[in-house]
Every structure is written in C-alpha cells, then in structure tokens.
Design a protein around this ligand. Structure first.
Ligand code: COA
Ligand code: AMP
Length: 635
C-alpha cells in the first residue's frame, strides 16, 4: 500500500514532466511552456523553457482576480517600533505597482539589477515584488553585513539602483544603514546611478544630492507600472551566500520554476491553504525570507507576516506566542536557535499560557539540525507537529522534510525525515559510489535538480560547475555529510567544507581567516566553528604571531575581533580569539581543524597519524581552556 507521499515521490522521479507540468497548471502563464524539463544543455538543466510568466502577477494580481483583493496579504508586525500595519492584496499590489513605477522612473528596465539593503520592514518586500513586476533582478543583502561585504555584492551584481532605508533596529539599538551604504558605494567600482532611501523617524539619513531619492517623495508622484511577461528562465533574483573563500556565491533563481515549485510546497510540505496565515520568522536577507516571507505564501494566496523583532527581548520571550495569537497564525517557520533563545529565558514556557494558540497547526524548523532537546521542548509546549526540514540557499526549498500535506511520518530525532518529491537524494563515497543504508558519506542529489533550485551562479557558470557538479559527476554536491537509514530517513551530520551555521546564519570560516591574516602581526591563523548552546556554533580564531612581535597578545586579539566585525559584519558573531605558539598540522602542512574542533568541544579524538608533532595538541588544549573551551566552560 502506498501513501500520497510515496505516489508523489515516485511520479516526480519517473515522470518529472508530468509531475511538475501538473503543478505548473496551478500558476498563471502568459505563454505556456514548450518543454517542462529542458535537458538539451546538460548539466545545465532548465525548467519550463519557452514559457512566459510574471512572478509578481502570481503573487498579487492573480489573487485579486480570484476574489482575494480584500483578504490580508501582508502583516508587518514590529514590536521594536510598536507598529502593526496590514495590507490587503489590493493595497499591497497598489504599493508594489507604484514602487515599480519609481524604479522605472529611475531608469530600471527588464534584466537590470536592483540591490536591496533594508531592515525587516514592509518596504523591503514591496521593493522585491516591484522588481519582479518589471522583470528587474533583485539582490537583497542582509543588514548585518559590513560595508565591505556589501561592496563585494555591488561589484558582482552591478545594480543600476540601490534601495535602502536610513536605519534598522536591533532590539533597542538603532543601526544606521545609510553610512554603511555610502561607504560600500565608495569602496565599489560599480557605482549605482541612484539610491532610493526610505527615511525612518528613528534616524534620518543625510542624502547625497543628485544620487539619493527619497522613497516617500518618489512614491507620491509615481505612475503605477504593470506586470511585464518574462521568460520562465529569466532570473528573478541573485542571493549571495557564503562560499569557501571571501568571495560570496551569487545564487541565481529563475522565474518560472520558482513560482511552480514554491506554490507546490505550500500545500504539499507546509499543508497550508489559500487564506491561511503563514509566518516565517527570519529575515528577507536570507533565502528563508525570500521563499517563505515573501514569495511562497503570496503565490498560495496566504497572509504572510513580516516580523521586525527577535524571539527574546522585544519585549520578552512570549513575543512569538503573542504574534501567533494576535494574527491567528496557522503555520510558523523559524530556526532552532530562536527556540533555544526562548527556552533559555522561559524554560517552562509560562509566557505561552497567556495566549490563545488554537489556530496554530505546525512548526517548521531549518537552518541547522534541530537538536532533540529543542525538538521535544517545542513539541511538548506547543502540542503541534514540529518538523525539522533541511535545505540550502542554493536549493530554495526543502531537500528533505516531513511533507505534512502528503503524509505524516513518525518523527526520528535528528532527521529531517525523507527526501521531498523531486529530490533524488543519495549518499556516496569519494568515488561517487553509493554507500549502504546507515553509512555516512557525501549527501548528493542526482541531476536534474527540481524546479526552483539554482540554475547557475550569477555570470559564473564555471564556478557553478566547479562548486557543485564536478566532484561527483552526475550529481549536485550539497556539501553536507550524512546518511540515509534503512527506513529512508535522511540524517544531515555536518558540512564538508568550511561553512559554519551561527544562529541560523551561514558563514565561511575561510573568509574570516582571510581577514585575520591581514593583521600586520599575524603570521598564520585558523578559524573554526565550535559548539554553542544558543547559536549552535560560534567561530573561534587562533593566531600565530610573527617572530619578534612585542605588542600585547590581548591587544592583538581585540584588534582581529574588531577587524572581522568591520569587514564581515556583526552577524559573524566573532567574539573569541587567542594567540597560540603554533597550530597542529599534518606533515604536509595542512592545519588539523577537525582535531582542534573536537578538543574545543571536549569530544573524544584520535591523534591523527599524519600529525607533524603531537605535543602541539596539549598546547591547543591549554589555549582552548584559557578561553573557556575544551571542557573549561561552565554553561
Ligand atoms: N542588522 C544589523 N545588525 C544585525 C542584524 C541586522 N539585520 N542581525 C543581527 N545583527 C547583529 C546583532 O545585533 C548582533 O550584534 P552585536 O554583536 O552588536 O550584539 C550580531 O549581529 C549577532 O547577531 P545574532 O547572531 O543574531 O545574535 P543575537 O544575540 O543578536 O541574537 C538570536 C540571537 C538567536 C536571538 C537571533 O540570532 C535569532 O533570532 N535568530 C533566528 C535566526 C534566523 O532567523 N535565521 C534565519 C534562517 S531561518
Ligand atoms: P543556508 O544556505 O544558509 O540555508 O545554509 C544551508 C546549510 O545549513 C545546509 O547546507 C546545512 O549544513 C545547514 N542546514 C540547514 N537546514 C538544516 C537541517 N534541517 N538540518 C541540518 N542542517 C541544516
């Protein structure tokens, strides 16, 4: 006896054209596709070639046509400014059309890039949808990045226009965005023609005459712009994510496959219907924000919530329950770290008892593995299914999940359950040979990837091939290691590269090492992610000083910490560094990061056979104890 999940999975494998073609019938097209899956240029697969579509039309206008014009499309809930603003589908469409007119008036045309550097305000979503409306390609940059990171993204995307705001609010701190933006533009060699800036009352930004345009003034005189048809394969957005070097990867998302796949996930994975209220407590700067604050819920005719606050401190650990109760949220999506923050402040979930959560049906977690403690705490206090699902910026939606709209499988701790339909997930060894059930290997996906995933990296096919397709020919490399058990459940254990996940934020330790090595007194360094009870992982840096350095070690560590903050941004959460005499290395000179990490996390480790000099491990242990690791930590 098969269940609907198995049927869907089988069909998606054996007849992808039939499966995704049927899902595409549910979307609005100006011109129907010629081919569902176009494999004429392997390994570059494209979906819905020949089709013409508009993402914004599918998100807004389509629902107005279907009679949802008066239904709420977006609720902006901001405990940090004490504001709640609600937009119906008609109101949101009108704002978006007006802002699309603003962009057009600034010279933005189909295919032009628009960079969006904004905090969690409704205008960020409005700007994204406005780009989609006129076929421009948006690139949203997370607010916690420093000016230099922003400059790198400006250089790569070469935006015609940048959209920003005067400031963001981090709990009680006002973060001025505009000076960061001005510095980034100074640092970049691809200067935008114009910047549209929303002035927020908490911090007015100084405007540069001739370049900066005031959002409110521009909107007042804007001519609304209509949706333009674009090719299904045209890019909708570029989202930069950490790669293994300081150069971030520009993940590209196309229009057609994205609409089809995300709309399909809303019912089949999240089990929400049009009219339901869906809340992804993330940030529009991350892929979760793109897929599930803005696009997915709107494609499906849901009400989405855009929350400008934190799980704790805005004002307390009950704010998630307040939002769920007040807006009658049906399904929520966040990162496990947010729940760990709440659990730490309110271990018995006492604050939850003040709220009516009767509309709440399910909690989805992603960004990092859900640890059993957090899983059970959430299950026991919320009394709804808690679903750990696994995905990446590159994939745009879940590779593995308990697909609540298809079939509910029993939960296994530490597993995001089974591959979602469309994902031929396998575990292979270094020779790309499949390994038996239960054995750890590289998690890879047999090509083609389903619609809605990355077709390439922005203007860099070569890096796309090299990063994802070359190591295991015929497969997409997730860069996660793990296994699939006898029952077909996936387990994601660790990254196989230098990426770490800090509070659900993806960061590259390699990029931090590049910063540390720029310090004039540093001879060599290593940065690695160590376990953290709140953020999952945090980066810790080790520096070896050049011979003859007389500066105090403490001063140097302070300086390298400050350098990471200035060059990468506060989001790196790089707060600990220490000076060591030498680093453990293999005889061929490779730093033994894995061994240092195990010592830091107080885990058992084998002295690597290839180590140059094992006595260095004792020194490392001492150094780690000195900064509160290797078993020295109290909490
Ligand atoms: N703009 C400017 N600064 C930002 C920022 C933004 N959008 N987001 C974070 N920062 C800053 C923070 O203020 C903090 O600065 P500080 O060093 O001056 O204190 C720093 O970056 C690190 O932030 P973070 O790692 O988020 O730590 P935190 O202690 O502020 O908060 C959590 C911890 C767990 C409450 C918070 O990370 C959280 O809510 N996480 C949810 C994760 C999430 O949404 N992930 C997305 C995938 S689902
Ligand atoms: P990002 O691109 O920021 O979404 O980060 C993607 C990475 O986060 C993945 O490659 C995994 O390493 C990790 N990740 C995301 N979700 C999960 C999960 N549910 N379980 C385990 N790891 C996860």
């Amino acid at each position: 006896m098969t269940n609907p999940y198995e049927e869907a999975f089988e069909q998606s494998m054996n007849d992808p054209d039939g499966f995704w073609g049927k899902a595409a019938e549910d979307c609005h097209w100006y011109k129907r596709w010629d081919k569902v899956l176009d494999d004429s240029n392997k390994p570059f697969y494209r979906w819905f070639t020949g089709g013409e579509i508009n993402t914004c039309y599918n998100a807004l206008d389509y629902h107005i046509e279907q009679g949802r014009g008066e239904q709420l499309a977006l609720i902006y809930d901001s405990p940090v400014t004490d504001t709640i603003n609600k937009y119906t589908y008609t109101e949101l469409r009108d704002e978006v059309a007006k802002f699309a007119g603003v962009l057009k008036a600034q010279g933005v045309e189909k295919g032009d890039r628009v960079l969006i550097y904004m905090p969690m305000i409704a205008e960020a979503a409005i700007a994204m949808l406005a780009c989609a409306r006129i076929g421009a390609v948006h690139s949203v940059v997370f607010g916690g990045f420093a000016a230099k990171e922003l400059a790198t993204r400006i250089n790569d995307a070469k935006p015609k226009v940048i959209v920003s705001a005067s400031c963001g609010i981090e709990v009680a701190k006002v973060i001025a965005y505009k000076p960061l933006l001005d510095t980034a533009i100074d640092l970049s060699d691809a200067k935008p023609g114009k910047c549209v800036v929303l002035q927020r009352p908490m911090e007015e930004a100084a405007m540069i005459a001739g370049r900066d345009v005031d959002w409110v003034e521009a909107m007042a005189s804007a001519t609304p712009a209509d949706c333009v048809p674009v090719a299904a394969t045209d890019p909708l957005y570029i989202l930069y994510t950490s790669g293994t070097t300081g150069e971030p990867k520009g993940v590209v998302r196309d229009n057609g496959g994205h609409v089809v796949a995300l709309k399909w996930t809303m019912k089949n994975i999240y089990n929400v219907d049009p009219g339901d209220v869906y809340w992804a407590a993330s940030d529009v700067g991350w892929v979760v924000g793109h897929s599930y604050i803005v696009y997915g819920p709107l494609f499906n005719g849901c009400t989405t919530i855009l929350f400008e606050g934190k799980p704790v401190g805005t004002p307390d650990a009950g704010v998630f329950w307040r939002v769920i109760a007040e807006h009658k949220v049906n399904v929520m999506f966040t990162a496990p770290t947010a729940f760990r923050a709440i659990k730490r402040e309110d271990p018995n979930a006492d604050l939850m008892k003040q709220y009516d959560l009767s509309n709440f049906k399910a909690l989805f977690l992603a960004g990092e593995r859900t640890d059993p403690n957090t899983l059970h705490w959430a299950e026991d206090s919320l009394k709804v299914p808690v679903v750990d699902h696994w995905w990446q910026t590159e994939t745009g939606w879940a590779i593995a999940a308990n697909c609540l709209g298809l079939h509910v499988f029993p939960v296994k701790e530490g597993s995001p359950t089974k591959p979602a339909p469309g994902w031929n997930l396998q575990v292979v060894d270094a020779n790309a040979q499949q390994v038996p059930a239960g054995k750890i290997g590289a998690l890879v996906v047999k090509l083609p990837l389903p619609p809605g995933t990355l077709p390439t990296l922005w203007e860099n096919d070569e890096r796309y091939l090299e990063s994802y397709l070359e190591e295991f020919p015929g497969y997409y490399k997730t860069a996660d290691a793990g296994f699939i058990d006898e029952d077909g459940y996936a387990f994601v254990m660790s990254r196989t590269d230098d990426i770490i996940n800090v509070a659900g934020h993806r960061l590259s330790t390699g990029a931090m090492e590049e910063v540390l090595s720029d310090h004039p007194e540093v001879a060599e360094c290593a940065v690695l992610g160590v376990d953290d009870s709140l953020k999952g992982q945090v980066p810790v840096g080790f520096v070896v000083l050049k011979a003859g350095v007389t500066k105090a070690e403490e001063e140097i560590t302070k300086e390298v910490i400050q350098m990471v903050r200035e060059r990468i941004g506060p989001v790196a959460a790089f707060k600990t560094a220490t000076v060591v005499k030498r680093l453990p290395k293999t005889r061929s000179g490779k730093i033994l990061r894995g061994t240092i990490q195990k010592i830091a996390d107080n885990k058992e480790y084998n002295v690597p056979a290839t180590i140059d000099d094992p006595t260095v491990l004792v020194e490392m242990e001492e150094a780690l104890k000195g900064i509160g690791y290797a078993g020295a930590r109290k909490s």
